[in-house]
Design a binder for this molecule. Structure first.
Ligand code: BJW
Ligand code: ZN
Length: 236
């Protein structure tokens, strides 16, 4: 029997919304003006690499000057101060969890500040623009954004499911629950008897699967939840 419940946190675009990074779905979403299959699929990249390079170059530029918000900082505080296990998995490609102080982040959909080699698969830090002439430092192969597109297998899945299997508390923060496999995590956690919390501005298609729904901006709701968890852990 564990002394402190293990916590699994999944974050999505909504956790970075208060930092000024647009979410994907809904009015003014990140894909406005682009067809998803043109910019977020391997086929789209093969068809028109310049468009895809440009799309992610603009995203990289737009993220660089954004700052972490209270939700990122609250999650980081939980990771540092909670005496039990806390696993943080993000679908986001930004680095605001890291800059908010999170010691460990699993980026299941990749990272905008990294590039991947199309030949050897090597992944390297990449802060600048990418284009068709960008080459891998190891083998000279062509580089692409280190992003998981539709139809590609998300990253870190073994570690993620291992943590999910042992989670006593599952929290989904700022995600619409539209994209699999992440959208299925709540069901997986429930079957293993985890208590499930959703943090969102609005109801989602999967809200009914959660035991507790925390409605409102993540900066506030996550801070309150973290305060409560740390207080409870401290009074044991
Ligand atoms: C706030 C807030 C505030 C706002 N406070 N909240 C049919 C059925 C089932 C599955 C499939 C299917 N057809 C195809 C699939 C698979 C496909 C899929 O799921 N498609 C669906 C669209 C149906 N999935 C895949 O292809 C994945 N790979 C895969 O399945 O491989 C097979 C495999 C799996 C497992 C094992 C072995 C093999 C890959 C998915 C890759 C997704 N990539 C993207 C793009 C990255 C590039 C880029 O950034 O441009 O990742 S898609 C996009 O969506 C991005 C996000 O990470 C992801 C999730 O979006 P998220 O984070 O939920 O954002 P939003 O905008 O949707 O929601 C934001 C929420 O925040 C909203 O609810 C707001 O209300 C809320 N919010 N402000 C709190 N202040
Ligand atoms: Zn290479």
């Amino acid at each position: 029997m564990k002394e402190f419940p293990s916590i699994f946190i999944l974050t999505g675009a909504g956790v970075s919304a208060e930092s000024g990074i647009a979410t994907f779905r809904g009015a003014g979403g990140l894909w406005e003006g682009h067809r998803v299959e043109d910019v977020a699929s391997p086929e789209g990249f093969r068809r028109n690499p310049s468009l895809v390079y440009r799309f992610y170059n603009e995203r990289r530029c737009g993220i660089r000057d954004k700052l972490p918000n209270d939700a990122h900082r609250g999650i980081a505080r939980l990771q540092r101060e909670y005496p039990g296990k806390v696993t943080l998995v993000t679908q986001n490609i930004d680095d605001l969890h890291e800059r908010g102080g999170s010691p460990e982040v699993l980026h299941m959909h990749g990272e905008i500040f990294k590039a991947r080699c199309g030949e050897c698969g090597g992944v390297s830090p990449w802060m600048e623009d990418l284009d068709g002439s960008s080459q891998c430092g190891d083998c000279g192969g062509p580089l692409r954004p280190h992003i998981v597109w539709f139809g590609e297998v998300p990253l870190e899945l073994d570690t993620i499911f291992e943590a999910l299997d042992s989670a006593d508390i599952f929290a989904a923060i700022g995600t619409s629950g539209n994209v699999y496999p992440a959208a299925g995590f709540v069901d997986h956690a429930r079957r293993r008897r985890a208590r499930c919390h959703e943090f969102n501005l609005e109801e989602t298609a999967s809200s009914a699967l959660f035991h507790e729904v925390h409605a409102g901006p993540a900066g506030r709701t996550v801070t309150d939840w973290v305060d409560k968890l740390l207080q409870e852990a401290g009074s044991r």
